[in-house]
Ligand binder design. Sequence first.
Ligand code: ZN
Ligand code: ZN
Length: 355
Amino acid sequence: MALRPLCGLAAGWLLAGCATHVNPYYDASKPHHAPDGFRNNHIARVNKPFSDLVRWRIAAIRDGLPPPAKEPTPTAAPNLAQLQQRQPSVTWIGHASTLVQCGGLNVLTDPVFSERASPLDFVGPKRAQPPGIALADLPPIDVVVISHNHYDHLDLASVRALSDRSDGRTLILVPLGLKPFLEREGVRNVAEMDWWDRRVVGGVEFHLVPVQHWSARGLGDRNQTLWGGWAVFAPDLRWYFSGDTGYSRDFADTRARLAAKARDGVLFDVALLAIGAYEPRWFMTEQHMNPAEAVQAHKDLGARRSVGIHWGTFSLTDEPLDAPPRDLAAARRAMGVADEDFFVVKIGETRTIAP
Ligand code: ZN
Ligand code: ZN
């Protein structure tokens, strides 16, 4: 329990301010570039002092948080035959890992197939459910998009396996700074992008877009690599993937910047939005949305519908693993969003998205 926050949430606090870094990508004309790393658009950095981390962990241990889930996360057997047809669709693999089929491509978001979201294979957050599709059962993957380097989003073993499985044909799209790391680890065909960069693959446009978060993988590397969300435009599906993010004006900025791609006021056919890992709010607000903020993000983005992800798989924070869908339902009611416009799916379930 005490070691749990090592994964993604705590690594980087210790010694974070001790090392002097030079950002090799630094471009003074870009507000999110700093000489020593990267920063957010609307708050400088998600920078809690180490004493706050200790305060959170002590309180959680004292209060026995998170409470156990009342229900296991629903699962469904994957329909592998359907996936062969490459219809525009979203399949939830678990946590932030999804398979999106669009424009004839198979795209994976933040693929994590390992048992733990951790730098160590014997400690750290353990998955509550197996991946909705086993890695070996996946159709050929054309593109992987990575949001940032926290362990529950960038699982080196999974990315390396995907690269090897395709003999390097799978294109791995990452935010700035992650290409050298992945190449050192034997991952091939990696391309890194800055916020607002665009790359076209097989007629499908991939844009890295700003979100409010941070990065760290170990000690002393806080904010040395960039983080982001992805906006993807295929002829048959326009979709968004939030990665990890606090609620910020970045969603409205993304809609404004990409407004030319909207049709009838709708920019995205579907947005994959993180709805879990949000308690306690005093600690998490800047870095993770709660479901109510995700509903606001859904509106800000101009998404026709949204799917809530980043829940039900790894217990990272103080809310029960099954709380996000309940809180999402309450937020929908309070904010006048129809059930069918922002929903959750089962792990392993494929939802075809009509344009
Ligand atoms: Zn993160
Ligand atoms: Zn996360």
